[in-house]
Design a protein around this ligand. Structure first.
Ligand SMILES: Nc1nc2c(ncn2[C@@H]2O[C@H](COP(=O)(O)OP(=O)(O)OP(=O)(O)O)[C@@H](O)[C@H]2O)c(=O)[nH]1
Ligand SMILES: [Mg+2]
Length: 328
């Protein structure tokens, strides 16, 4: 074996060992991650392999094809070009000939790009409010159920606020999740002021010694301005009523909509402060490269990815593991 091939084999072995060791700490993590990235992984790898095997050499044509492949996976045009340029430079330095070693290079460079976004706000020791925002249908309510489940598993006392009072069945949908998970849901009637629901929820949470309040919001109102005003009002209530709590706003994006989701995110960022992104429905798409575009183009950290419709189908996002599962 040449040195490169030995190194590549060692890398794969280490990855496998890390997965096995991880199983005790985070049961099912890798299985879920791979399930979530299955479509993107299959499509990317097939094409990367085809680019390499069809030619047997890493020449300029292979690199150009690779750029196309990454763009198709919604990595974003500029980021795809940059990623390939980095790999190109590494290859020129080291003369990589082996496919496994080449893929390892891609994983390394992608992980570096993913780490480029500002870090996620660290979880402090006190109580926390999580405000979930995003346009309609992206997966906000389902993600709230998943976060509540995760909070329960972490031993936190969690409470949900049904502040989507705009869509007819939204309150009932959240209540159903609450019943299923054994989590209390604070609600008012359909059409009520969402900020008033949040106010109630924060007071209930204080008197019951809750660790975490998660707020569901409407994805659609009469106009965009109306929606943004309402979110700002909710945020003001939180700042006033829970000034000693940690507060984060998470933007949920539907990964299956690719570049569209990025355009939506840019609109949200114009008016609302966002601390991090959840990429929902990653299991249903080959557009997993979006995570890179979120980090690079939106400069937002991806905190979680949704990999199914169940309460436990959410995993924390880690750049290195994501890149390894995507391309490794
Ligand atoms: N496969 C898959 N489906 C998901 C995921 N997350 C959400 N969904 C589904 O997407 C659909 C919409 O999810 P909701 O959570 O209701 O979305 P929402 O953003 O709250 O929608 P509105 O309240 O209408 O704004 C539901 O059918 C969910 O089961 C995911 O990670 N994977
Ligand atoms: Mg909803």
């Amino acid at each position: 074996m040449t040195k490169d091939v030995e190194e590549a084999a060692e890398f794969l072995e280490m990855t496998r060992e890390a997965e096995v060791a991880d199983e005790g700490r985070r049961p099912g993590f890798w299985k879920k991650l791979k399930r979530g990235l299955f479509m993107t992984h299959t499509e990317l790898l097939e094409k990367v392999n085809a680019a390499f095997e069809g030619r047997g050499v890493l020449d300029e044509e292979t690199f150009e094809y690779l750029e196309e492949v990454l763009i198709t996976a919604d990595v974003g045009v500029e980021t795809s070009l940059e990623l390939v340029q980095r790999v190109r430079q590494e290859v020129q330095k080291g003369g990589e000939k082996d496919l496994v070693r080449f893929r390892q290079l891609l994983v390394d460079e992608m992980a570096l790009l993913l780490q480029d976004a500002p870090p996620a706000p660290a979880r402090g020791s006190g109580s926390m409010v999580t405000l979930m925002v995003g346009v309609n249908g992206v997966g906000k309510t389902t993600t709230i159920a998943k976060l509540a489940r995760q909070a329960q598993l972490d031993g936190e006392k969690v409470l949900l606020a049904a502040a989507d009072t705009f869509r007819a069945a939204a309150i009932e949908q959240l209540e159903k999740w609450g019943q299923r998970l054994g989590v209390e849901v604070i609600r008012q009637n359909f059409g009520a002021d969402p900020a008033a629901v949040v106010f109630d929820a924060l007071h209930a949470a204080r008197s019951r010694g809750m660790d975490h309040v998660i707020v569901d919001t409407a994805g659609r109102l009469h106009t965009k301005e109306h929606l943004m005003k309402e979110l700002a009002k909710i945020r003001r209530v939180i700042d006033r009523e829970a000034s000693d709590w940690q507060c984060r706003t998470l933007l949920v994006l539907d990964a299956t909509t690719g570049q569209n989701a990025l355009a939506q995110a840019r609109q949200f960022l114009e008016t609302a402060q966002v601390d991090g992104v959840v990429l929902a429905k990653m299991d249903g798409t080959a557009k997993g490269g979006m995570a890179v575009a979120v980090a690079r183009d939106l400069r937002l950290p991806v905190l979680y990815i949704g990999v199914g419709e169940g309460a436990e189908d959410l995993i924390e996002f880690h750049p290195r593991e994501f890149a390894a599962a995507l391309l490794g």
